[in-house]
Design a protein. Sequence first.
Length: 171
Amino acid sequence: MLRLLLLRHAKSSWDNPALDDRDRPLNGRGEKAAPLMGRYMRENGHAPRLALCSPAIRARQTLDLVVPQLDAAPPIHIDDRLYDFGDGTSPLAALRGEGGTASPILVVGHNPSLETLADALAGDGARAALKAMRRKFPTGALAVIDFDADDWADIAPGAGTLVSFTRPKDL
C-alpha cells in the first residue's frame, strides 16, 4: 500500500506586489498554520518518508515549518514540476518519477494543480471528506490518499481512497 500526503502551501503574503510569484513568502497566518499541520501529521501516523516540494518560497517555508513537528526529517527533493498551476499532470509526473516505493510521500505544492490531482486520484473515500475536498482545497490543507499499489509509477486516476482531508482551521 502507498500513502500520498498532498499539502497545499500555507497562506502567503501579497504585501509586496513587486515580488516575483516564486518569491512570495508566507504571511503570519501561514506561519502559524504550517506547524499545526506538521503536528497533525505526526499525531495521526502520516509522517512522510520522502518530501517533494515546489521551489516557490512559500512552499519551501511551509515544508520548513512542518518538518520540525515530525519525529524525523524526511529526504527532501525540490522539484520544478511542482511549481505548477495546471491540471495536476506535472505533480503526478514528479510523484511517479521520484517516488519509487517510498511511502508515505508528502507533496507540497499549489492550486489548482493539487486540488485537481487530489480530485482525480481519489476515486473513493469518506463521503464528508470527499465533499469538503472537492468544495475547496484551501491553503495549508492536507489530503491523505491511499493506493493499493507498490510503486508510484503504477498509480492511476480514480485508484486512490481519500483517508482524510484536514484544513488548518479544523485543528
